[in-house]
Design a binder for this molecule. Structure first.
Ligand code: UTP
Length: 291
């Protein structure tokens, strides 16, 4: 079955990037000249997704504005003959059918996904975390969609992470199937002790979920950090039906932390033909880099 719908949870408080996120959503933090969430929507669209629900919260309606038409600005650009910019701003509003729902209380990622129940209905759907930008030639969520079409099971994007990071993320019990594909039979969110660590493979920012996830979420108690954890619900499904893990290709930038934001800006700028040379010259002129 082809995946047509995606949910982007973007309602979190973003406390790790305060004070930048006091009044501005972290999902709107730009990488060079595009907000993080636009990279994520573009990745979904390139993967064949046509309907996107963005979960937002109070103070985040600027995200709705970003994906809306802006007649005054369009007229201004048209009058000034700025056709390239005009195309860019109109395209943002026409990439996909984008709708919004509010999560009234920030009770965790699982709770954010529950807000998408009506939008999703009875079909499998993609989830792209609003603060995880993944850049690559083969869009990451497209890699997951293909695996879902082959195996017909919940599918997550996985990578091996360091011993330090595994305790902040989730740890997966994996069995290698072939190439970059793994079968997952169990998982634990934020393992506290070394004994709880199944492997250094963790779920990073993307998944395809079957609609059964909603029923499981509704019956999952609040977990780590007193939040409704999506991983806890996925664990129940994995123990029952198994999950598929795709060790994806692409570079991931965690826009939920300061170092991730800096890395994204530098690397994306250095990959851009219009900026690379000047930016490199600037970087190499910095006394700080001369040892
Ligand atoms: P995070 O746990 O990284 O987001 O969730 P957070 O809670 O904003 O982070 P900190 O710890 O306070 O800095 C990953 C994604 O899930 C969304 C976030 O907006 C982010 O895109 N999320 C998280 C929700 O939509 N609702 C929530 O209740 C929690």
């Amino acid at each position: 079955m082809r995946i047509k719908k995606a949910v982007i949870p973007a309602a979190g408080l973003g406390t790790r990037v305060l004070p930048a996120t006091k009044a501005m959503p972290k999902e709107m933090i730009p990488i060079v000249d595009k907000p993080a969430i636009q990279y994520i929507v573009e990745e979904a669209v390139r993967s064949g997704i046509t309907d996107i629900l963005i979960v937002i919260s109070r103070g985040k309606s600027i995200i709705e504005d970003h994906f809306d038409r802006m007649p005054e600005l369009e007229k201004h650009l048209e009058a000034g003959g700025k056709d390239d910019f005009l195309k860019d701003v109109v395209d943002i509003a026409q990439m996909a059918n984008i709708s919004f729902v509010r999560q009234q209380q920030q009770l965790g990622l699982g709770h954010a996904i529950l807000q998408a129940k009506n939008f999703v209905g009875n079909e499998p759907f993609a989830v792209l975390y609003g603060d995880d930008v993944i850049i690559g030639d083969d869009p990451c969520i497209g890699q997951l969609c293909r695996a879902y079409e082959t195996y017909g099971k919940g599918t997550v994007c996985i990578k091996e992470v360091s011993k330090e990071d595994i305790k902040k993320y989730s740890s997966l019990k994996v069995n290698h199937l072939k190439d970059n594909i793994y079968e997952i039979s169990d998982m634990v969110e934020k393992p506290k002790t070394d004994d709880e660590i199944y492997s250094y493979f963790s779920i990073l920012g993307r998944c395809i979920l079957p609609p059964e996830i909603f029923n499981v979420l509704e019956n999952t108690p609040f977990g780590a950090g007193n939040e409704l954890q999506l991983t806890d619900a996925m664990k129940t499904l994995a123990q029952h039906d198994g999950f598929i893990g795709v060790d994806f290709t692409g570079t991931r930038y965690d826009m939920g932390n300061k170092l991730g934001i800096l890395k994204a800006s530098v690397e994306v700028a250095l990959s851009r033909d219009d900026l690379k040379d000047e930016f490199l010259e600037y970087l190499s002129s910095l006394d700080l880099l001369k040892v």
